[in-house]
Design a binder for this molecule. Structure first.
Ligand code: BTN
Length: 327
């Protein structure tokens, strides 16, 4: 009921009378009053006047479906949004739902995570109230071997979304990190379920450091937040909606054309082009210069012996002045 009342408040410019709400929802004035108080407890600022009714003055910074959906232009991505105040990991939650037949497009968002995961079993620090922790479920009808391109489509979508909100230069550290002023502000964790020739679903986890004022000592040389770099507090709902909207547009193109349409953008945004890097894959380590991103979205590296390697995925360290920077 409180969500329906919230919809009424959001749908009307100034005041909306108790009578109007009660007629349209077919509930008593007492029910309205009780639910208005529930909304106030959640942080909604609602003015009430015995003559004019109720007026929504301000919404809290909460990442619920009711707050995000009105900002969406997408039709599939974000069709269902589940919000948790605290959860172990949004990726893990979405995996359970996916195994149970959840539809494509569902998004899980948490205000904090107790077991946030990064790539390679790393921890993803997930403090409450500050950042974005969300996962999207997709079920593209594509062969598993092209699925790695999805991470890059997401990276491009995140950059585009952030660029429209912040007037700053973002880059992509292939394949899954978004970089601002040389430090990471966003990481993407793509997990896939399928067989050798059949993809069941993909879960894309996105963590963005938004309003975090302080970065912990262990990672502060390599990570930052949008607040630290821009000196501006941002509305997380707007960033989430913008990412989902951008992603749906790009995802629809990707399903038809594959990754090739995005290669020019990937090169333009690349934080690695012409850099000396160390690439660690599960079975070997390669040192060389990044010379290209090919039409499959693979990173092209020329090794010290002049060999050309096209790399599908790996953990990349960029060489600094004297050493490889840890990532
Ligand atoms: C990385 O850079 O290593 C990837 C980080 C991905 C973090 C996000 S936060 C939301 C989602 N849930 C998780 O447990 N991880 C991803």
């Amino acid at each position: 009921m409180k969500n329906k009342i919230l919809e009424c408040l959001k749908g009307s410019y100034g005041y909306v009378s108790g009578e109007k709400i009660s007629n349209s929802l077919n509930v008593s004035r007492t029910t309205i009053w009780k639910n208005i108080n529930k909304l106030r407890e959640l942080g909604y600022k609602i003015e009430s006047s015995s003559k004019k009714g109720y007026k929504l003055l301000e919404s809290p910074d909460i990442l619920t479906e009711e707050e995000i959906k009105p900002l969406l232009t997408s039709s599939c991505i974000g069709k269902r949004i589940l919000h948790y105040e605290e959860i172990n990991s949004t990726n893990d939650k979405l995996r359970i739902l996916a195994k149970d037949g959840e539809n494509e497009g569902t998004v899980v968002i948490a205000n904090s995570q107790t077991d946030g995961k990064g790539r390679l079993q790393r921890e993803w620090i997930s403090d409450k109230d500050k950042n974005i922790y969300m996962s999207m479920l997709i079920k593209p009808n594509i062969p598993p071997y092209v699925a790695s391109g999805i991470t890059q489509v997401v990276a491009i979508s995140v950059v585009k979304a952030l660029e429209t909100i912040y007037n700053l230069d973002f880059s992509i550290k292939w394949p899954n990190d978004i970089i601002l002023n040389g430090k990471k502000v966003c990481g993407i964790l793509t997990e896939m379920d399928g067989e050798i020739d059949k993809l069941n679903y993909i879960i894309i986890g996105i963590g963005v450091n938004v309003n975090q004022e302080i970065i912990s000592e262990e990672i502060k040389d390599k990570a930052t937040s949008l607040l630290i770099e821009s000196k501006k507090n941002a509305d997380r709902r707007q960033i989430i909606a913008s990412i989902l909207n951008e992603f749906e547009k790009n995802y629809n193109i990707f399903k038809v054309n594959g990754i090739s349409t995005f290669v020019d953008k990937l090169k333009n945004y690349s934080a690695l082009m012409n850099k000396r890097v160390k690439v660690s894959t599960s079975y070997k380590t390669i040192v060389g210069d990044v010379i290209d991103i090919d039409n499959e979205g693979y990173l092209v590296v020329r090794t010290e012996t002049g060999e050309i390697k096209n790399i599908i995925s790996g953990d990349i360290s960029i060489r600094g002045e004297n050493s490889y920077l840890p990532d």
